[in-house]
Design a protein around this ligand. Structure first.
Ligand SMILES: *Cc1c(COP(=O)(O)O)cnc(C)c1O
Length: 730
């Protein structure tokens, strides 16, 4: 039997039920709606938008809701549109053909034993709000790319009913958080049923409670994403909250989430009949998965057998770390974890102390907190960071786990992140590259030869696509910031300033990322005359900003507030827009439209950074600190770099970096953008765009990234286990 069968019939049934409510001619749309593959086809979004574009936005681009909620008149009108119906048939035929393609044997993964990807968040699409930011967007991109590459993969995560917080910034710049509930019945998702017709459930003991979880299936092309859900009647209210919010602040709930994801995730695979060849832990949240893989249904008779079983699981586990900030690596007091795990451990015949030690750097210290990263490093045969520089940082950070080894012998490698190109490309750039890079070029996105054809694109065409995407962004910014400002009850004059200021032909700078102190948003405004010179000069720039601060990070929130403190200056009101509630949809608009993408982290705290890669694929140029991916990507002529040196004097570093940023913007970026020939084309700028596309297109695509995982960690080779494992399990 196809190991990815579980839940397929349930999704098909949901699609049929939706189809029954539609005029016959629209039936294919119901089937398209129940697999997110449409979202990275150039004509997918257009098709649903053609039915009712306002409603499509109103329902967060969720096609299931669109078809459920559109009026009969709207549906009848769409059914009578022969062109639309023909396009729907054509798209469905293409998607079906892709789905039945055999797995690509060159990856060396047996389709009967797929890779299982585990992550706390997935950014597949804006309508499935179970992500917070970069980690989720990356996970979504990996699933889509695995689908495109016909790599056998399944994914496991949690169905958070309230997802991550939504952001509203008030007129004074203070961030407020709120949560919206998602009804999974209205998502392109279906509960996996058991043979008796009821929902398939798994159970696990967490602390005193026996927690049950149901399993939703969401199809991401060929890759099924199984999301565990504890929010239903069998569980007590406290346990139902386990799958309420992403990165819940309460530590007991967070630990329960990690147990559900790791232990529950592997139990779910078993219940679904899936025997993965590899467990890929994407970040440490699922670190208990290999423990459950080891102990399985039978547990261990004694310490010796436990050791053997854990080693067996280790041979099937690979781990990706994403966090170069020590405090960002979750750890919990040993006794708190003990309490949560005690019944589970006992049922498996092991002491909870044996499990706790897996997450401690020094197993001799019973009071040391349990760290999920340490546990994941101990329990995986291969570990990697997400950029070359992050690899160096991670080896340094975790040397203590391998005492006696030199830093460069610590077995943590790197697979630099990449982005799923068809997801992030704007339609004009997609059409342009489709015309010039040859048919099937996306399948060859990893090959530098594919991108060499960019050199032959006429400057006018590349510049035309750039202008079109910038103009689309300018319209989006005017729409959104007008509403955001009205919501903030700003003065009418201030509300209207954005529509006066945002200009489709003005150099557009983007800075959209988590508002965290180390991302140094304030470097932008540090020079006293920045607004005058950058925004109000004869050759002006405009600046689009977005990003959420962690709800408990008051320092970051205050930095946002200080930024808003400057908003009254006329140039700022017109040429700077802060867009509330950064998400995948806003992110896509920004990376497509901005001419220059800024990133100003305090080195070495940026693990990779993927938004810049999305911008680069769209012909955006990077101006960034040489940290994360940019440290390995930057070369003279393909963007701009600011020193990535580490300096413990933060004040002096900020001063220097702000000056460097300012100098680059005024001396290089603005002149290159506005220096036009008689046809109005900035030749130097276009040459840089081409250099950037050719350099970054192949290297920072998800195609290259997923192929790197296939060639590296997914191949069964193993590294020496960290020290302490003997004592941890002996
Ligand atoms: C790509 C993406 C990110 C990651 O961006 P960074 O460069 O790592 O800051 C975060 N949020 C969203 C919505 C994204 O699409």
């Amino acid at each position: 039997m196809d190991p990815l069968e579980a839940g397929r019939a349930d999704l098909a049934r949901a699609a049929s039920e939706l189809a029954e409510r539609l005029p016959g001619a629209l039936e294919p749309l119901a089937r398209i709606a129940y697999n997110y593959a449409w979202s990275w086809q150039p004509d997918g979004g257009e098709l649903f938008r053609a039915i009712d574009s306002d409603r499509f936005e109103l329902v967060q681009q969720n096609p299931v809701r669109l078809l459920q909620e559109a009026s009969n008149a709207t549906l009848r009108r769409a059914a009578a549109d022969d062109g639309l119906v023909a396009r729907a048939h054509d798209l469905l035929a293409r998607l079906d053909a892709d789905r039945v393609r055999p797995a690509d044997p060159s990856h060396g993964v047996d389709p009967a034993r797929p890779i299982c990807f585990l992550c706390a968040e997935y950014g597949v699409h804006v309508s499935l709000p179970v992500y917070s930011g970069g980690l989720g967007a990356l996970a979504g991109d990996i699933l889509k790319e695995a689908s495109d590459l016909a790599l056998p993969m399944v994914a496991v995560g949690l169905m958070y009913r309230r997802g991550y917080f939504r952001q509203r910034v008030d007129g004074a710049g203070w961030q407020h958080e709120y949560w919206l509930e998602t009804d999974p019945e209205r998502l392109p998702a279906a509960l996996v049923t058991a043979p008796d017709g009821g929902p398939l459930t798994i159970e696990l003991p967490i602390d005193e409670a026996d927690v049950e979880a149901r399993i939703w299936r969401v199809d991401v092309g060929r890759v099924p994403l199984y999301l565990l859900d504890a929010d239903f009647g069998s569980n007590q209210p406290l346990q139902r909250w386990i799958t309420a919010r992403l990165y819940e602040g309460d530590a007991d709930i967070r630990i329960a989430q990690y147990m559900l994801l790791g232990v529950g995730g592997v139990r779910a695979l078993r219940a679904l009949g899936i025997d993965p060849s590899v467990l890929h832990l994407n970040e440490g949240h699922a670190a208990l998965a290999p423990v459950e893989l080891a102990l399985g249904a039978h547990g261990a008779r004694n310490g010796e057998q436990l050791e053997e079983l854990l080693e067996g699981a280790r041979q099937r586990t690979v781990f990706t770390t994403h966090t170069p900030v020590p405090a960002g690596n979750d750890s919990y007091p040993a006794d708190q974890i003990s309490r949560a795990l005690a019944r589970l451990a006992r049922a498996s015949g092991v002491g909870e102390a044996d499990l706790i030690r897996l997450g401690q750097t020094n197993a001799e210290d019973p009071l040391e907190p349990f760290g999920v990263t340490q546990a994941a490093l101990r329990l995986s045969r291969a570990a990697n960071a997400v950029s070359r520089r992050h690899g160096e940082v991670a080896r340094e950070m975790w040397t203590e786990l391998w005492p006696g080894r030199a830093v460069d012998e610590i077995p943590i490698g790197h697979v630099t992140n990449g982005v799923h190109v068809p997801t992030w490309l704007g339609p004009p750039m997609r059409a342009l590259l489709d015309r010039h890079l040859g048919s099937g070029w996306l399948a060859r996105a990893e090959d530098p030869d594919t991108w060499r054809a960019v050199a032959g694109i006429p400057d006018e065409e590349l510049w035309g696509a750039r202008r079109e995407q910038r103009a689309t962004l300018a319209r989006f910014v005017v729409q959104k910031s007008t509403r955001d400002r009205l919501e903030r009850t700003d003065s009418r004059e201030y509300v209207l300033a954005a529509s006066h200021g945002m200009d489709p032909d003005v150099l557009t700078l983007g800075f959209a990322r988590r508002v965290a102190t180390y991302k140094r948003l304030e470097l932008l405004t540090r020079e006293a005359d920045w607004a005058q010179v950058l925004l109000a000069g004869e050759r002006p720039a405009q600046l689009v900003l977005a990003g959420k601060a962690h709800p408990r990070d008051d320092e970051a929130k205050r930095s946002l507030q200080r930024l808003f403190g400057r908003k009254r200056a006329a140039a700022v009101a017109e040429r700077v827009a802060f867009l509330d509630d950064y998400d995948l949809a806003t992110g896509a608009e920004l990376v497509r439209g901005c001419d220059v993408w800024l990133n100003l982290p305090r080195p070495p705290l940026e693990a990779s950074g993927t938004s810049g890669m999305k911008s680069a694929a769209n012909g955006g140029l990077q101006l960034s600190v040489l940290d994360g991916w940019w440290a390995e990507a930057y070369a003279d002529g393909n963007g701009w770099g600011i020193s990535g040196e580490i300096d413990s004097d933060h004040e002096a570093q900020d001063e220097r970096d702000a000056a460097a940023l300012y100098r680059l913007l005024t001396d290089e970026v603005l002149p290159a953008f506005y220096d036009r020939d008689e046809q109005g084309i900035p030749r130097r700028w276009v040459a840089m765009m081409k250099a950037s596309l050719m350099a970054h297109g192949p290297r920072f695509s998800a195609t290259r990234m997923v192929c790197d995982y296939v060639r590296g960690p997914y191949r069964a080779t193993t590294s020496a286990p960290p020290a302490g494992e003997q004592s941890a399990i002996g």
